[in-house]
Design a binder for this molecule. Sequence first.
Ligand SMILES: Cc1cc2nc3c(=O)[nH]c(=O)nc-3n(C[C@H](O)[C@H](O)[C@H](O)COP(=O)(O)OP(=O)(O)OC[C@H]3O[C@@H](n4cnc5c(N)ncnc54)[C@H](O)[C@@H]3O)c2cc1C
Length: 449
Amino acid sequence: MTPMPTEDIPLQASTSATEMAPEETFDVVIVGAGPAGGQCGRVLAQQGYRVLLIERFRDFYRNNFSSGGTPLETLRRFDLPETVVGSWWRQLEIVTSQKHGRWTSTQTQGAVLDFARLRQFLADEVTRLGGTVWMGCRYVSHHETDGGVVITLKDNLGQRQRVVQAQVLVDATGPARAVMEPGQLGKKDANLLTGTGIEYLIRVDDDTYQRCAESLVFLLGHRWIPRGYSWVFPMGDGQLKVGAGVVNRAHQVVATVEPLKYYVELLIRDYLQPSHYEVLDVHGETLRYRLGLRDRYADGRVIAIGDTVSTVNFLGGEGIRHAMVSAEIAQRFIVERLKGTRTDFSGYRDAMHRQFLAPWTISERLALKKYLADSDRLVDKVVTYLAPFSLEEVVAILFDYRFEKISKGLGAYLRRRVRSVLRWPYRWVRRWFSRPSSPTPAPGNPPEG
Ligand SMILES: Cc1cc2nc3c(=O)[nH]c(=O)nc-3n(C[C@H](O)[C@H](O)[C@H](O)COP(=O)(O)OP(=O)(O)OC[C@H]3O[C@@H](n4cnc5c(N)ncnc54)[C@H](O)[C@@H]3O)c2cc1C
């Protein structure tokens, strides 16, 4: 796992939280200002609720880990401004050990978001709409009382403990699951699948940039990276995001796997081949995904959103859009609770499962097969199966999880195979019958054509 920059400063000896009176009261306290927490704070503040959004890092450039590849729908659905966009894409490439597929459209299909600017925009929205944002502030613990939930925080910047009260506490801490599962990081859990990604932000020469300017490129297969995939995304201004991510489990076929850095540098050297490049930043993160979405969704006054409840899609690693969708689902339940029309969060898990469970179950099976079991030849077939599709259809499969469309590609592939297998005996028979005067070919003579 890539080391995370730590912002934590040891707490001064202090009065215990249970003894300290809350310094402020909010309707909702949201822990974690990722896409899930930021969007949740934004929609609740918009409705006039008193929101506190806290983030353990003092600014969003300190954990700028996400590549930000997303379809256009994300910008439309969440009304995001162009200022959060690094670049746009209208081409997709899949490179495997033996194959190279390219799908192009005349229409823009999506964006590469600037992850730091996206989260800054959402936090600024919370403030603009009357909410409060505390950066450099870490969740420590909470306990419920008759009147609500009392939350102890650690202000890393002021080096002091802060206590606040709320009606609802939201765990939006992503893979940390800091509120729902405190102290559980690193504990054994057979259902928890982890995947680690590392990414370099590089500046490249103009020719190299232009080749990649409007394209999302994914590299798969044992030559490029067993157990996962690597990628090249354009970020504008001559900058590319080049990264590699792997599932942290053994591969059934490939015994030796190199450190992630090796695969990023292999991609730069053998695939991109820039005449020169400069590394501007290196960042990374570990995703933690619970198979079958068996996470805890709510507990008393606490409700969990985003990657805390495995909204990241484990096949493609796309999670920004889904984290924001989960925030919108959760806010309905939060608002009802604040209005007093519900007394608990029952039904929330079912609402989330209706949105995610079916496509996520197929995605996790495909991910385990593709990344941990398939031979290199089978990985090459990804390009073969997708070959008959337009870019819009490939986007529907990979971003809208319309997996039923794959059977069309598989059907077309099988028809092509059957035709090519039947081709030479058919030609041979046809020619033989169309030349009544020609001598019978000697046994073993190769058929013509
Ligand atoms: C290398 C990599 C590349 C990726 N690329 C893409 C991509 O191209 N497209 C895409 O859509 N998705 C991508 N993802 C996935 C996507 O970034 C995540 O799914 C998404 O960020 C999840 O959002 P979230 O808000 O649930 O959690 P996070 O974004 O993880 O946010 C959680 C926040 O909580 C904070 N926090 C944690 N603990 C505490 C605490 N105790 N107190 C206060 N704050 C706390 C963290 O600092 C963090 O800011 C990528 C992920 C990785 C690792």
